[in-house]
Design a protein around this ligand. Structure first.
Ligand code: MF3
Ligand code: CO
Ligand code: CO
Length: 305
């Protein structure tokens, strides 16, 4: 495979010329992968490969998580407090014998994340009331019989401006572009390439500080799944039996983020402009990616908000 020319844009998506960016490190070999080469991937990452029984466990966990999403979505309306949504999520999960994964996770205080408007992710449900015209990402993660399901949707609150709806539409499309880009034996970088090129086509930016992740009997595990073409992480090879999330956060303005210094969780866009996100949990099978968190009543692939 031949690389980019010296004056071409760098493959990493930085937007800089190749000669100003990764040319020297590529030549020196310093960005060469340290793991995930075809010959060694199976051995090195064998612990991430699920057998038939484990795949069914993940299917069950994710199917409950999707049911929970279908349950909570109708409550996302103008006038509702986000802590009311959290309470409903918490009770539904317990009533079905399962465990909300975020509650107490590294000290996170609630059973879901609600990220409104310019909040990128990890918004803490609280007294804030949803207002007509808001967008809110509801991110749900459940532990079912020891296995984790994780997904999120950005939901429109009442009547939302057309340019905001476009951001939401293209963010969901970014997620599906990422899902469609990955094949058994392919590399993680294919996901970020597809997502970033779709986002940039609309003039949007891709958050780099937070990424998708391997998932299974733990919430966050290898591989990291950057939503931009990160060369180093991107060399990881996705093999049948691996589970991971794809959860692009797409911004109207800068990709830069700012963590709330007071609560230590809420992540906002650095410029205060809007951000949207969608997330699915994916199982790579021998014949391609299987989306485990598909909902019955939610927006389906190709939907325009
Ligand atoms: N559900 C989020 C994810 O997609 C993680 C939330 S962790 C929390 O990975 F602690 F902020 F809740
Ligand atoms: Co996730
Ligand atoms: Co999530």
């Amino acid at each position: 495979m031949s690389g980019p020319g010296r004056n071409d844009p760098c493959w990493c998506g930085s937007g800089r010329k190749y000669k100003k960016c990764h040319l020297s490190s590529d030549d020196a070999g310093t960005t060469q992968p340290t793991f995930g080469r075809a010959s060694s991937a199976s051995k090195a990452n064998a612990h991430l490969i699920l057998d038939a029984a484990a795949r069914d466990k993940m299917r069950a966990a994710c199917s409950f998580n999707a049911e929970l999403m279908d349950f909570i979505r109708p409550y996302v309306q103008p006038g509702v407090q986000t802590e009311k949504l959290d309470q409903l999520v918490h009770e539904y999960t317990l009533d079905h014998g399962h465990t909300p994964a975020t509650l107490g996770y590294h000290g996170f205080p609630k059973s879901c994340c609600t990220s409104i408007n310019h909040v990128v992710c990890h918004g803490i449900p609280g007294a804030q009331v949803l207002e007509d015209g808001d967008i809110v990402n509801v991110d749900l993660t459940t532990i079912v019989d020891g296995w984790f399901g994780d997904q999120s949707e950005t939901v429109l609150v009442g009547t939302v401006a057309p340019e905001t709806r476009k951001l939401v539409t293209e963010t969901m499309e970014c997620m599906y572009k990422g899902i469609d880009a990955i094949v058994p034996g392919g590399r993680i970088i294919d996901i970020g390439r597809a997502i970033q090129s779709h986002a940039h086509a609309s003039g949007y930016s891709v958050v780099r500080d937070y990424q998708g992740h391997g998932i299974g009997r733990s919430f966050h595990q290898d591989p990291g799944v950057p939503h931009f073409p990160d060369y180093e992480m991107g060399q990881f090879i996705v093999e049948p039996g691996m589970c991971f999330t794809i959860e692009p956060m797409i911004n109207l303005g800068t990709y830069r983020t700012a963590l709330d210094p007071k609560d230590g969780w809420t992540v906002r866009t650095a410029d205060g402009k809007l951000s949207a996100q969608f997330e699915h949990t994916i199982l790579m099978t021998e014949s391609g990616p299987e989306i485990l968190t598909l909902t019955t009543n939610g927006p389906q692939r190709g939907f325009r908000f």
